[in-house]
Each structure stands twice: as C-alpha cells, then as structure tokens.
Design a protein around this ligand. Sequence first.
Ligand code: GCU
Length: 610
Amino acid sequence: MKFYQSLILFLLLSLTASAQRDIQSLNAGWKFFKGDKAGAHNLSYDDKQWEKVNVPHTWNAQDAYQTKEYYRGDAWYRKTFLAPKDMVGKQVFIRFEGVLLKAQVYLNGQLLGTHKGGYTAFNFDITPFLKSGEQNVLAVKVDNSPQNIAPLSGDFTLFGGIYRDVWLIATSKLHFDMDNFGSDGVFVQTPVVSEQSANISIKGSLKNNQSKAQAVKIAYILEDAEGKVVLHKEQRLSVNKNQSSPFQFDIKEVKKPKLWSPETPYLYTLRTQLIDAKNNQKLDEMSNPIGFRWFRFDAKTGFYLNGKPYKLLGVCRHQDQQWTGSALSDETHRRDMQMIKDMGANFIRIAHYPQDKAILEACDKLGLLAWEEIPVVDMVSPEAEFFESTESQLREMIRQNYNHPSIILWGYMNEVLLGTLRKVSEQDRPKVFKATQGLAQKLEDIVRKEDPYRLTVSAQHEAPEEYEKLGLSSVSNILGWNLYQGWYGGDVTQFGRFMDDQHARYPDRSHIISEYGAGSDRRIHSLNPECFDFSIEYQQEYNEKMMQQILERPNIAGSALWNFIDFGSAFREESMPHINNKGIVYADRTPKDVYYYYKALFNKKPVVHI
Ligand code: GCU
C-alpha cells in the first residue's frame, strides 16, 4: 500500500470509528394513569397498579368515537429506563415527537420543563439529571383539556397522549445545537436553482458544552441519489467554551442539478459533519435531503414549478384512524401517502397541524408539494399565553421541517373568523377581532424572518367581506378558500362564480381552493342524489362538478379536497356519528368510488384495476 493510500485509509477509519449521535427508542414499557395523581412525578412513586402501555399511545382511541364527551383532562405516563454507561461524558437529550396538548416532563423527580402545543416535537437536555449506568425514571403529565393553546376550536378530535415516538439522543459535548425549537440544528436551503446550476445555503449553530474552546471543521458532502459524492467542501471554525456559535456556508457550484418534481422526485443527500480539527474525530453528523426545484405563483395563470405550469391538485389530510386515534405507526402514515400518490395527486395540505416526520419524508420521496400549517382554527384568544404558545408552535414547525424540499407554503390560520362570529358574544368581538389582526401580522412577520424562501397562506371561509373588513385577506401571500357550496347549502355550480368574484376583488393575489368536500357513507345510495344526503352518488357528482370548475379556471392555482380520510370528529352526529365522513377513503382506508374518479382523472397513464 502506498503511503497516501494508507493515509486515506487511516483518515476514513478514524472518521467512521469515532463518536457521533446515538439514538435509542423509548417507546416501549410505559405505565399510564388517566387522571391526576399527587406525587406521580417523584422518583419513588409506586405505579405498579397503573396500566402498561407502549407509545405511540392515546387515551381517546375508543371514547372519542363513541361520545362527544370524550375525556379531556390530565393523565400521567411513567417509564423506567437504564441509561447506558457509555453516555457518561456525552450530552444527552430526550425528544418527544408529539404530545397533545400540554406536557410537563420530569426526570428522576426534577422538572425538565413544560411544552405547549400538541403537534410539534420538543427536546430537553437531561444531562444534569441523568444517572448513567443506572435506572432513571421519566414522568410526564399530559393535559388535553380545553385551554389557551391552539387549537381552541375545530371539528377534529383532540386525542390526548404521548402519541408519537420518544427518543433518547446522546451527542458529543460539542454538537449541532438541538435546543433550537426542537430542530436538528442544521438548516439547509436551495435559494437559487436553474437547470444549469444551483446554490445550497447552510446555516445553524454549534453548541459547546465543554469548558474549553475548540477548533473544528464542518464538512459538507453532497451525494447524489446513488450515493456518489458530487462535492465535498470544508469550513474551519473555532468555538468558544460553554457557548453556542452560529455558522453559515454557501455552496455555489452544483452544476446541472437533477431537478426535483412530482414526476421525478430526485433527492440528493447533504451530509453535514462536525469534526474535531485536531484529531479528525467526527463529533456530530446531520443528513438532509436536497431537492433542487424552484417555484412561483402568478395571479392570473397559476403555479409554476421549475419554470413549467402546474395545477396543484390534491388533498387535505388529518392524522387519525378509527379505534386507534392519532397513535399511528410510521407504516400507517406511509400507506396513506402512497395512496395519495397513487391517486395521481401532486399536492397535499397537511391540515390542520404539523404531522409525523414520516409524512414529510414521504412528501420529499414521493414528490408531493406540501402546505404545512399550525392549528389556529376557527378563532384566536387575546390572552398572552395563547399568543406565546402559537408563536412558538409556528417557530417549531418551521425549524423542524425547514429542510424538506417538498414544502412550498407555510400556513398559520384557518377560518379564523368563523368561530369568532359563532361563539364570541357581540360585546367581546371587537377585542377578539383586534387580537386576530395583531396575531396574523405577527405570524406573517415570523415566517418572513424564519424562512424567506417559501410563501405564506391562510384559509378563509365563504365570507370574504368579513376578512376584508379586518384587513385579514391582505396579510398572507396566497389566499386559501374553504368552500362548501353544494354541501352545507347552496349549489355546487355556484362555486365558479364565487371564485370569479374573488378574482375580481383581489386581481393581484393567487388563490388556492384549500377545502371543498361532501360526506358519504358506503351504506347510503340515492337515485336522485342531493345536497347533504351522504350518498356515495352525491359525493361523486359533487366532486366531478367542483373539479370541472377548478380545472376550467387557470387563475385558480390549485385545490386540496377535504379530506383524504374519514376522520375523528367527536362532536358530529351525522350518518356515521363522531366521524367527519367527507373522506375519499374510509377510516380503514378502503377507497370510496370518488377516489377512483380522481385516480382516473389525475393519472396521465391509464390505471387498470383487476
Ligand atoms: C371547515 C374546516 C374543517 C372542517 C370542514 C367540515 O371548513 O376547516 O376543519 O372539518 O369545514 O365542515 O367538514
């Protein structure tokens, strides 16, 4: 072996054999109690009588499909786990992917913190409280009672529980900063893309928990879909002791990138490695998908991806399944996404809240352009707690999902005047209206700062004058419309005229039909299908007429039907009580007839079903 060959081998070995992020699942072996229990956070609390559960778990998997008085209150989870000895000398975090609606987390009797918001992940640094090589006790008090945290209202069930994965993550003392609103510490964008070349912009911060400064290198390695290294860049930095230091790097030379699109969702991988400059030891590594694409909206002619016109056509999706609630496995999420793709959709509105990591990963891999949003639904509260927790839900959503090339739109309000007009007394309305205006502007400003590369959207209901009066229709970049002419009343053929009026009202804005839908039930049929009869035939007729009007109008940039699935809606008492059955697939994911209508319409190649 020549000297340089052995040198390369040595360098490779020293990189691969070194310490980096270590991730373990904490999903199994929890104890659960529905209700409050004094002292349950204590290390020595006796939970022998509690129910044994694994997470993902929700306590509303049964009752929310049986009664509108489903349990909304406190519950406790406890888990004992052995922290491996090799965690000594590391920084150790616990990560919850989703706990609804508020979580207070204790380790060995010590309060780690409180998280508000049921749909975003959060981390706690548990290093000071962890006993390595010994048993540790986690105790989590979860509360899904109505409180000053979005969503305040809405028809969807609020399934309480630790309903997504829980992880134990160990990093080097010096690592990409995970305390950053639950992000993984590295933010990647492709601000300039063309068929000829592309730029990648990377930023983040390094957290040094050591009492000494350290010289480091960050290596940026771009690999194509086959794993071939396309380019490799390095940056040198020095990080002060006990501090966070920001970093930023631009890669300008990606020549002739393979573009990402719904037809060819080509993904590169960017590996960002943090390396000790003295001994070449790898300290941390993040791996992110890169999809090179560019997009724009035109008020008159719609949406463009990579310079080509595209009608955004797709679905909104809730995240539950009857008798399981929201505690679904990644496989179940992926199955839904594959069905949406097979139907020929190119667009998904992830409504009304951020969903499982598996959903966003599937959007990137399958080529589904995504709108993601926070759950400000029906109304806002003027209280400071509501404002603070909503702003942090927005920051968490953006920072945790920033690296998904499939995302093009951030949403922050849905039909925010509907609940106010229905539920707030006339006397209190001016205060709530003012708070709504203030919050809309605040959230818009946050997105602009957090992510100048995507656009914002909010969904209005069928009362444009109300939104206009308060100036709400002019805040976000894109206007979404939730329209139910032909279902809750009126005639589906009125829809097109309504939209023509909105274009005349806002000639310079781009519009998306963010919801339209009709309920159906496999047992109900009609020879004379009509509005609100829940027949399979009416759902079909409604969707065909609606789609025709959407397709006829180039100034409608796209649409997302409501909803992909029949979802849990505890307060509804319709043909399938406690379910909103506007799904185009049933709760068990059997397609309804209308699913095949869309499949035939959206797929360019014929699809044969045997
Ligand atoms: C609304 C709302 C949805 C709801 C839907 C419906 O427009 O945004 O959350 O489920 O209508 O009534 O089915």
